[in-house]
Design a binder for this molecule. Sequence first.
Ligand SMILES: C[S@@+](CC[C@H](N)C(=O)[O-])C[C@H]1O[C@@H](n2cnc3c(N)ncnc32)[C@H](O)[C@@H]1O
Length: 332
Amino acid sequence: MNTDLVVCPGCRTFEDGNLHVRTLVADGDVLACACGRRYPIVDGVPVVLVHADELLAREHCAVAEGELAATVDTLVADGERDDAPYPRLLEHLSIYMDALWGDRSEPAPDGEPFGARALVAKLAERAHHRVAHAVELGCSTGRVAAELAAGADHVVALDLQLGSVRRARRLLDGSPVRYARRVVGRHYTAATARAGDRAVPEARRTILCADALDPPLIPAMYDRVVALNLLDSVPSPRTLLEVLDGLCAAGGEILLSSPFAWQSDIVAVPERLGGADPAQEITRIVRDGDGLSGPYDIEDAGDLPWTLRRDARTCISYRTFYLRARKRRQGT
Ligand SMILES: C[S@@+](CC[C@H](N)C(=O)[O-])C[C@H]1O[C@@H](n2cnc3c(N)ncnc32)[C@H](O)[C@@H]1O
């Protein structure tokens, strides 16, 4: 972890056209700011949110849980409603461990064995064009961050789902992660994922539980900025585009994807971009630099398959729109 890259989200100020930030320092099990704010480190993952206390209170299950045996997970979840925190956490981890690490898990998942294959391949291509700093927003269990690290000196990855980023941290450490793979309903079977040659030394990565719409990061310092399948998971897709642009250095690239699977409990109708053709609208916004710091050159765009295995009988298959665009340097 490089705390020099992490700023306090609670005391940033914008004065005379300049952003003033304080970086955090490690102090035992917290990251501390000179302003007095302290952010807890849970299982090796700093929770760097303005209202970290609210997330921790809401997600106490994700804070306290451990890697139980799948048979025990089944019993723990059994007496609860499907939408109770623990069954939801198990379901979420089953989906995103398989989607992102299915090719490196034992036993391999049935049905679609590796739902993020096409996206991971796109990221792996970029590793040939090495950069200094890369960042991924909405990293989930960390596979894309691991691929990014193959082509970057340092990678920062963040997600709001603490249970997922805890797994990301352990996998990138090189530790095996045991998880419960859903068979059907409340029935789970044991699986174990390993990053293997995709493990990333601690000095070369920083993994955070943080908000993609208010990332505790230094603007304009990332040469590669990634947000896969996040646009329709945040309340303001437009703000997310502005955040990606804000993090991207001049001459750097942004890589994003989305199936635009809008849901009203996440993205209100007026916030949804592009009516019947969101892909075209996103491309236009980025190309023209509409509401952004400047225009981008579109270098790659098109649809890719993306599949999420829910259980042994259900896979959801998306056609996700993928875009890679390069930020023009001023005067070019
Ligand atoms: C649809 S999943 C995609 C995960 C991963 N990028 C992929 O493509 O497999 C969306 C992810 O975004 C995360 N997320 C949603 N809102 C977020 C926010 N405001 N800040 C950070 N992460 C967020 C979720 O926890 C989840 O891991």
